[in-house]
Design a protein around this ligand. Structure first.
Ligand SMILES: Nc1nc2c(ncn2[C@@H]2O[C@H](COP(=O)(O)OP(=O)(O)OP(=O)(O)O)[C@@H](O)[C@H]2O)c(=O)[nH]1
Length: 332
């Protein structure tokens, strides 16, 4: 039997937006619930000051040699694996450096979930609202684009530092964020003071929304506590949020059927990877899919990994994917 999956939360947000403030709150919350959290942190620079915030009783793993998205391939999975084995946490938070590209981090966690019993729960982005408004007015391209990416990727948005905005400015910022990501559950906050339970359950609700038929999605999310955006159910003109789906395969697949199925994958799924066994070949493979190209690398026989596929894309139908993969696993 497979061990239970440890949920992983990615905490993203621009430098100084309030990630550590939120992390401290989350850790307190989980500890009060009797859970054991662990943290993976990365900082640009030599010393990680934020690790002090986690407290001595929270296992912390640090990637100090640069940004998590650059060290991610080798170190990240190894660090997570070590943390899981050594500390057996109930929940893991990856605090991404404020300058990190969230897509790379998402990709890294997806990669690690091929080898480890972890499940990416959601991406929480803390938005420094006065800073965003300032950049929006100045149109400073690079930083602005990174903030935009961080907002687009989120399933939960904390619109932080609202104490430094007037009501009009808050409306302006909300409108900007809404244009980029209408799907996430959004919470206005001062010092990341949000009701954590509704925030954490809003995470799963927005994930489930992918299975809800078009048109019902926004309705569902509009009803999540803390949702502050205006707007209607019919607005699907903006970017949907990025999501991932992990599927554990029950048995070997027919390679030709799998190939044919991959060719028909919806365009909304832009990345997939996995470990696969085929009914009609002796080897096992590491499978990669990017920009509609597939790649298979033969794995050594002794590799002890379960068969799994991870998909990353925008607002795709996870239920349909699951059903199709179950069908592909049926013996022919
Ligand atoms: N005025 C105001 N200040 C805040 C708020 N939230 C956080 N801060 C302050 O903003 C600063 C940065 O907060 P952190 O939680 O350290 O932010 P961070 O995102 O972890 O920062 P980096 O580690 O640099 O990426 C601290 O001085 C906080 O006290 C807020 O809602 N309003």
């Amino acid at each position: 039997m497979r061990n239970k999956m440890t949920p992983v939360y990615i905490l993203s947000g621009f430098l100084g937006s309030g990630k550590t403030t939120l992390l401290t709150r989350l850790l307190q919350h989980w500890k009060q619930e009797g859970l054991k959290p662990a943290v993976v942190m990365n900082e640009i620079g030599e010393v990680n000051i934020d690790s002090l915030a986690a407290g001595a009783d929270v296992p912390t793993s640090e990637l100090l040699s640069g940004c998590v998205c650059c060290t991610i391939r080798a170190d990240f999975a190894a660090e997570l694996g070590m943390l899981l084995q050594r500390d057996r946490p109930d929940v893991i938070v990856v605090e991404a450096t404020g300058a990190a590209n969230p897509m790379e981090i998402l990709d890294g966690v997806a990669e690690a979930s091929l080898y480890l019993n972890i499940e990416l729960q959601q991406m929480i982005t803390v938005v420094d609202t006065p800073h965003l408004l300032h950049l929006h007015r100045e149109q400073r391209a690079k930083t602005y684009r990174l903030m935009q990416e961080q907002i687009r990727c989120a399933n939960v948005l904390i619109l932080n530092k609202t104490d430094r905005l007037s009501q009009d400015e808050l409306s302006e910022v909300t409108e900007i964020v809404e244009k980029w990501n209408r799907s996430a559950a959004a919470f206005e906050a001062v010092r990341c003071h949000v009701d954590l339970e509704p925030m954490l359950s809003a995470v799963s609700r927005s994930e489930q929304s992918a299975a809800v038929p078009e048109g019902a999605v926004d309705d569902e999310i509009m009803n999540t506590p803390g949702r502050s955006f205006k707007g209607g159910a019919a607005s699907h003109d903006t970017h949907a949020h990025v999501m991932s789906y992990t599927h554990h395969l029950q048995g070997p697949l027919d390679s030709r059927k799998f190939e044919a199925w991959i060719r028909e994958l919806p365009r909304d799924i832009y990345r997939a990877k996995g470990i696969l066994t085929f009914q009609d070949t002796a080897s096992r493979y590491l499978f990669q899919y990017a920009f509609r190209e597939t790649d298979y690398t033969r794995l050594p026989q002794e590799v002890e990994l379960r068969d799994v596929l991870v998909f990353i894309g925008e607002q795709f139908d996870r239920t349909a994917l699951k059903q199709q993969l179950q069908k592909l696993s049926e013996p022919t």
